[in-house]
Design a protein around this ligand. Structure first.
Ligand code: FMN
Length: 190
């Protein structure tokens, strides 16, 4: 799991979500801002980590309708031509990918008539298309809305749902067709 939070000490929700899956067997939590505080991404190391795993999860707070900057830098550098796409670029082919995101805005904001005007799936289209180009299967995002209002015990249902989802994927129990078509993985039975 590619985890990115620029100020982890102030995180209320992402930190809890991440801690809930960190100890699971087969899960690697790779904290990008901890490993690369000055953005000096080690491309060879990142590519090797990708190859070792079947599922890429980008877990992050939603920042300006997208991800924190280090994730963009990671995509720009790691997904090289001839490795991730283009001639001979099939290193990621067949793997699964999704975003696990927390938003300040509520569920009602992310609709045509809401103040954020677009759905989460629409806003995450660059990730969806990046996955498509690289031959990965892109699933619906796991979304926790209204994160600014969540604190303490109120995060528990989201933490349990996220953990259940990761376990279901690992045990190949998740219905991938549903997971691909859903608005959010939080709605898919695990
Ligand atoms: C720079 C910045 C940009 C943000 N952009 C958005 C946004 O586009 N949409 C949204 O719903 N929330 C936005 N937020 C709110 C964060 O998503 C929210 O603080 C975060 O999900 C809370 O998770 P945490 O407790 O793990 O920090 C933004 C916050 C910051 C600091």
């Amino acid at each position: 799991m590619l985890f990115a939070h620029p100020v982890l000490e102030r995180s209320r929700v992402n930190r809890k979500l991440m801690e809930g899956v960190r100890e699971l067997e087969g899960v690697t939590v790779h904290d990008l801002y901890e490993v690369y505080p000055t953005f000096g991404i080690d491309v060879a190391r990142e590519q090797a980590l990708c190859v070792e795993h079947d599922v890429l999860v980008f877990q992050h707070p939603f920042y300006w309708y997208s991800a924190p900057a280090l994730i963009k830098e990671w995509l720009d550098l790691v997904l090289e031509h001839g490795w991730a796409y283009g001639k001979g670029g099939d290193a990621l082919r067949g793997k699964l990918m999704f975003n696990a995101v927390t938003t300040g805005g509520g569920d009602d904001a992310y609709h045509r008539g809401g103040y954020n005007r677009f759905t989460m799936r629409e806003l995450l289209a660059p990730f969806d298309q990046t996955a498509y180009l690289c031959g990965l299967r892109y699933l619906a995002p796991f979304v926790v809305h209204g994160a600014l209002r969540l604190a303490g015990e109120a995060t528990a249902p989201a933490v349990a749902a996220y953990r259940g989802l990761i376990e279901a994927i690992r045990e190949e129990r998740l219905d991938l067709d549903r997971a691909q078509a859903a608005a959010s993985l939080a709605e898919v039975e695990t």
